[in-house]
Design a protein around this ligand. Sequence first.
Ligand code: WT7
Length: 650
Amino acid sequence: MAKKEKTIEALLKEKRTFSPSKKFTEKAHVNSDAVYRRAKRNPEKFWEDFAKELDWFKKWRKVLSWKPPHAKWFTGGKINVSYNCLDRHLSSERKNKAAIIWESESGESVVLTYWDLYREVNRFANVLKGLGVKKGDVVTIYLPMVPELAIAMLACARIGAPHSIVFGGFSAESLSGRINDSKSKVLITSDGGYRRGGIVPLKKNADDALKRSKSVKKMVVVKRVGSEAKVRMKKGRDYWWHDLMENSHAYCEPERMDSEDMLFILYTSGTTGKPKGIVHTTGGYLVGAYATTKWVFDLKEEDTYWCTADIGWVTGHSYIIYGPLANGATSLMYEGAPDYPDIGRFWAIVEKYAVTIFYTAPTAIRAFMRWGEEHPQKYDLTSLRLLGSVGEPINPEAWIWYHTHIGGKKCPIVDTWWQTETGSILISALPGITKLKPGSATLPFPTIEADIVDEDGKTIKEGAGYLVIKSPWPSMLRTIYGDPERYVEQYWSRFPGMYFTGDGAKRDKDGYLWVLGRVDDVMNVAGHRLSTMEVESALVDHPSVVESAVVGRTDQLKGQAIVAFTTLKKDLKTSAKLVGDLRQHVAKKIGAIARPDEIIFTAELPKTRSGKIMRRLLRNIAEGSVLGDTTTLADPGVVKELKEKYEDKE
Ligand code: WT7
C-alpha cells in the first residue's frame, strides 16, 4: 500500500506540459486558437461550415432545431453516408487510393482502394435488397474485424437500413437480446473468427442466438475460417456471402436519406441490466465524425491512419470507418490482438505500413509498458506524427511512456473524451495549438459547452464535480431505441436542461478538464463499458447463487477490475471449482470481457434497513479503503466480517 501511495504522489507531481513543435503547428489544419472564438460567436455557423464540406443531395433548411432535450440537425437536408464515404472520392485521384488497408492476425493483407470498396459496397447493398431489406429495416452485424464488416455497414448506410453491430466477443445470449430489442430481420455473421490463433465460433453463437430471436429470417455468412469451423447452414435461412455476391450488380443507387433518418443503433451498457440501443442519425452524426476526425487527428491526404479499436464499439464506427472515409483517408483495420503472435505485433504493423497517426486505449498502453520498451524499440516507428488515447483516463505515467517510447518525444498526444452517446469526440486537444498536460483530456472541442457542476447543477469553476454538456451537438444520440422515456430520464433529468455524462471530472486553474471516471453503476474494464447489474444478473442466473453485488475496483492494468460479492444457496460449499464455474457462466451469458476478476463469497450482503445493497461500502472494501459510515446498515456486523474476509485473501 505504501508503495502504491508513493506512485500516486509521484504522478500528481507530473507538472510538465508539452507544446506542439513549430513544424507541426505550421502544417496543422488548426493553427490558431481563433477557432474557439469563432465557434463561440456562432456555433451553428461553425457546424454549417463543416456540413458544407460534405455532399448533400439537398441542402438543409435549418441548421439546428432544439426542443430540449430533442435536437434535430440540418433539417430538410438529404444526404447519404455511403455516398459521402465513397462516391464523392471517385472523381479525384482518391479513386485509386487505399481506403482500407486490412491486416489479418496472421499477417496477410488486403488493400481496398476507394474504387474497390465502392464496388463491393454497391454489390452488397444489392444483396441486402435482394434479401428484402428496405429503408428503415434494422440489420444486425456480428462479425470479426474483416473487410466484410466495413463493406456490410457501408452497404446498410447506402440503402438506408440502420445497422446494429454487435461486438464479436459478445455471447449468443447478448446477441439475441440485441436482435430482439431491435427486431432485426437479417443477421450478418461469419463461420468463425480468429483470435490469438484460436477460432471464435461466431456462426454457432449466431445459431444459438436465433433459437431465441425469431425476428431474423435471413442470415448471411462470411467464409473466414473455412472447413475447420464446421458450420451448418440452414436451408432457406442461411446464405454464404460469396454466393450472394457472385451475381450481384455493381451499382446500387444510394438512398436519399433525410438528415434525421436513423443511421445506426449501437447497444451499450447503462445502469440497469439491459443494454440500451443508442440511436444515431445521418447528417449530424456524419458532420460530427467528419469534423472531429479532420481536426483532432489533423488528418491529411497523405496520412496512414490507424485506430486499433474493434468496429463493434463506437470508436470503430466513428474513427475507423465513418470519420476517416468521409475525409477520404487511408484507414488501417487490424483483425487481431496486440500480443499475438508476439508482443511486438502493433509495432510491426506501424513499421510495415509507415503509420502516421496511431489511436489506442490506455489499457493497451499500460500493457505495452509492462512488457517493456525493448519491444517497440525493435521497430522503426519514425513515421508516427500524432498519437491518440481513448476509452478511460490515461495516467500520466502511461502518457509519458507513450510519448517517449512510441512517439519518440515528438508526437502530440490527443487524449479524446467521448461516449457511445456523444457519437464523436467532445473533449480533446487540437494537436497544432493545445499545450498538453499528461492525464488531462484538455479542452472541449469548439462549440461544446462542457461544464463541471455540483449536486445542484451549479458550475464549479475549479475543482471536481459532475461532467455535463450544456448545449446540443450534431452527433449527439437522438434517443434510446424503443424507449424514448429512458432517453429523457437517463441523460436529461439528473440536471435539468443539461446532458449528464455519468462521469466525474475536475477542472484546474487553467480550465483544463481531467476526467475521473464513472460516477454511476457503470464499470470501465480495459476500456469496455459494463454495468454492474448485467454481471449481477448473469451470476444470479447460476443455480448455486442467491444474490450478488458487483463493483469495479481500481486495477493497474485494466483501469477497473470486476469484483463480485456473492451469496450461495444454503448449505453449498465454496470451492475453487465453483469460482471457475461462476466466472465461466458470466462469460457464457455476456462475453469474456465480463468475467469477474474476483468472486468473494459471503453469507450476506450489506444492506440498508430498506433492503438496498450498499455498494459504496462494497466498493470501499474492494478498494481496501476505510469503511465510512455504516450506521444505516441493517446489520453492521456483515460488513466487518466481509472486510476481514477480503483482507484475508490478500
Ligand atoms: C465512457 C464511455 C467513446 C470512446 C470509447 C468508450 C470513458 C472515454 C475517455 C477519456 C477518460 C474516458 C468515460 C465515458 N472515457 N474516453 N479520454 N478519458 N475517460 O465509449 O463505451 O461509450 O464509454 O468511457 O467514462 O463515459 P463508451
